[in-house]
Design a protein. Structure first.
Length: 105
């Protein structure tokens, strides 16, 4: 199953269910919600949360050999910052254009 984040301000961000649920948790949203919205008023907090999670992931991988952002990490997983950046860009563009972000609708 996929979780698709949508906004009139930008293209969709499509994630696998497990990764989408992780992003929803970072956003402070119910992971099991089939649909939801991040209102324009909630966007600054959502951006801050995603940015902090990305920074924490980058810090956790500090000191490890650099990995090209287009490749998988040595353990075979795509890192959180690689999955989180497209959502962060969607959130920032949505805030700039004052458009809410939805999923599951």
């Amino acid at each position: 199953m996929l979780i698709i984040f949508k906004s009139a301000a930008s293209g969709n961000v499509i994630t696998l269910e497990q990764n989408g649920k992780e992003l929803l948790e970072v956003l402070g949203k119910d992971q099991d919600a089939q649909q939801g919205i991040i209102t324009v008023e909630q966007l600054p907090d959502a951006i801050s949360r995603v940015r902090q999670a990305i920074d924490a992931d980058v810090a956790a991988h500090a000191g490890q050999p650099p990995v090209d952002d287009t490749e998988q990490t040595p353990d075979g997983d795509i890192s959180f910052h690689q999955r989180g950046l497209p959502l962060l860009e969607l959130l920032e563009q949505s805030l700039a254009e004052r458009a809410p972000v939805t999923w599951g609708v």
